[in-house]
Design a protein around this ligand. Structure first.
Ligand code: SF4
Length: 76
């Protein structure tokens, strides 16, 4: 399965399920965005403030497998 991108208002999140090691670092770190019981399970629209977007960047930085990546929006 290819890497998928989920769009948010401040940052996007890309995810590769083949790389994920299911460490659940993301689910523990930001459960509003990463909710395995929901489809899609990644919802970056929950990170709709600068503070929340920074939390999202920090949580993704802790992903041990590299499955998650932040996709920054281009500044206009
Ligand atoms: S933190 Fe990374 S490796 Fe762990 S469940 Fe989330 S995406 Fe998968």
């Amino acid at each position: 399965m290819a890497r998928k991108t989920y769009t948010g208002p401040l940052v996007d999140v890309s995810f590769d399920a083949e790389v994920c090691r299911h460490a659940a670092e993301c689910v523990r770190g930001m459960p509003a965005v990463f909710m395995p019981s929901r489809r899609p399970w990644i919802d970056p629209t929950q990170a709709d403030t600068d503070v929340a977007a920074q939390t999202l960047r920090d949580v993704i930085a802790r992903c041990p497998s590299g499955a998650l990546r932040v996709v920054e929006h281009e500044r206009r």
